[in-house]
Write a protein that binds this ligand. Structure first.
Ligand SMILES: Cc1cc2nc3c(=O)[nH]c(=O)nc-3n(C[C@H](O)[C@H](O)[C@H](O)COP(=O)(O)OP(=O)(O)OC[C@H]3O[C@@H](n4cnc5c(N)ncnc54)[C@H](O)[C@@H]3O)c2cc1C
Length: 465
């Protein structure tokens, strides 16, 4: 057994743990130990399907100290007109460089292939998966739990349904290894991974008629056209202004979603079905059109079992055959848990603050930890904002996010930090005040900001009354 000492013990070397560490060490003299059971940084991206790309621009993903990708606007392909979205391979290479640089500073140590055991006690220890050696850690300042939102992906999760050994099922990662097309494809899952699988198959020339999509829930999707930073920040600001306007003026929950759709902030694949899910999945209109080309949509609830002639589902049975390729896209993605205080005594639990921007949030928490003293102030700047799953979670999540935007913007230390942070999708706003789209949107923030928050609280209360 060996023992080490550090100021901060960060459990989880995924994007969140690394973004937190990067921001913390940039503005403090802290020493940090990062522990992860994987062999390298990057978390779930290590197990991602080969054709995945970030849903959102790389320009505001990763860590604060290093640009990811080239900060350029794509001119060809599905993302033409939008800021570059990088692949999983690029993300992993990026985190290798980031970690090397952090370790090179002499203030960060990374212990891969190591399990930390959360036991709630004061003694911290992790065990190497390769040698079995146990290391105890004396933590001078804080334990940082960067696993609370741990992402589940198809290649490593255990499906919640049984599969007959003679039925054909692959995780989404297996699509690129197929040697034949079987009798067609049945995509299982309603989230962004399933959408990516459908779009990839169609782009590779598969006839949409040979794809069935098992979609237990329909979801509201974010419109990537309005998630554009840097030179396209006017679109981002316009999107935020439209969101606030809808939130301020909606008469009911139903009316809110009608307005958000009419103002192009939320999209759905099937306009005849009311979505019940919202998970921050981000698409553009071209992707929606491709998804609409898949007409065999199965809405019989979740899968219970897959056999060689039938798929048993919650609300019925779907015929299948032994050659059909069932593609598992049913992993949960980001873990959904109740919010807990981010700063609580000698523990920091990384969670969402601003909706749908996990690495910005982790860096924000790192910066706030570095520069602020008392816990009340830290928690006021960084309120936990539970990751959304139901459509109606948009309401409370947006209210918390908007309030925290106002509080952080007004703070004398955090305000300038966020204005300069590359992870802040709205960074550089002050440099674009000559852009008429930006100034028009800013005027609407002032009008609709507070009324939006108030009305969202009213709408949220109406859900339980
Ligand atoms: C397909 C896909 C696309 C996405 N696209 C975007 C996007 O475009 N923009 C965006 O902002 N977000 C996107 N996300 C969200 C994404 O999940 C987050 O951006 C981020 O990668 C999550 O990082 P994390 O560190 O919270 O979790 P993880 O990546 O899950 O990392 C957690 C780490 O903790 C480790 N760990 C857990 N328990 C222990 C333990 N006891 N001991 C040791 N180690 C432990 C795990 O091994 C893991 O490496 C996407 C997600 C998916 C699945």
């Amino acid at each position: 057994m060996s023992s080490i000492e550090t100021d901060y013990l960060v459990v989880g070397g995924g994007a969140a743990g690394i973004a937190f560490t990067d921001a913390l060490v940039a503005d403090s003299d802290a020493d940090v130990v990062i522990v992860d059971r994987r062999h390298r940084a990057g978390g779930h991206w290590n197990d991602a399907y080969p054709f995945v790309r970030l849903h959102q621009p790389a320009a505001f993903y990763g860590v604060n100290s290093r640009v990811l990708g080239s900060d350029t606007i794509d001119t060809t392909g599905r993302n033409a007109g939008g800021y570059e979205r990088v692949t999983a391979a690029e993300i992993l290479e990026y985190f290798d460089h980031v970690l090397a640089s952090l370790v090179g500073s002499g203030r960060v140590r990374f212990f891969g292939m190591s399990d930390y055991e959360f036991d709630g006690g004061d003694t911290h220890r992790f065990v190497s998966r390769l040698t079995g050696e146990e290391t105890t850690v004396t933590v001078r300042r804080k334990l940082v739990d960067a696993t609370y939102l741990e992402t589940s992906v198809p290649s490593t999760h255990t499906p919640s349904f049984a599969v007959d050994e003679d039925a054909r099922m692959i995780p989404v990662n297996g699509l690129v290894k197929l040697a034949d097309s079987g009798s067609g494809f049945t995509i299982l899952g309603a989230g962004k991974t399933a959408m990516d699988a459908c779009i990839w198959l169609v782009d590779e020339g598969v006839d949409p008629g040979s794809i069935r999509w098992v979609r237990p829930r329909d979801g509201w999707l974010l419109n990537r056209d309005y998630a554009q930073p840097l030179e396209l920040i006017g679109w981002m600001m316009e999107g935020v202004a439209r969101n606030l306007e809808c939130a301020a003026e909606a008469q009911s929950v139903e009316d809110l979603f009608r307005r958000l759709e009419a103002s192009e902030q939320l999209l759905r694949v099937d306009e005849s079905v009311e979505p019940t899910m919202y998970r921050c999945a981000t698409v553009n209109r071209g992707e929606i059109e491709t998804l609409r080309s898949i007409e065999q949509v199965v809405r019989l609830g979740r899968v219970r079992s897959i056999g060689t002639s039938a798929i048993e589902m919650e609300d019925g049975t779907l015929p299948t055959d032994g050659r059909q390729i069932h593609v598992d896209c049913t992993a949960d993605g980001l873990h959904v848990g109740p919010g807990r205080p981010i700063f609580a005594g000698d523990t920091i639990t990384l969670q969402q603050v601003r909706t749908c921007q996990p690495t910005y949030n982790a860096a924000l928490v790192g910066f706030v930890e570095a520069v602020k003293g008392d816990e009340v102030t830290k928690n006021r700047l960084c309120p936990p904002n539970p990751y959304p799953t139901r459509a109606t979670d948009w309401i409370g999540g947006t209210a918390i996010s908007q309030r925290s935007e106002m509080v952080t913007m007004a703070d004398p230390e955090v305000g300038p930090w966020r204005e300069a942070s590359r992870l802040n999708a709205a960074a550089g706003l002050m440099d674009h005040l000559d852009d008429p789209m930006v100034t028009a949107a800013a005027g609407r923030f002032a009008i609709f900001g507070e009324p939006a928050i108030e009305n969202l609280h009213r709408l949220e209360a109406s859900l339980t009354s």
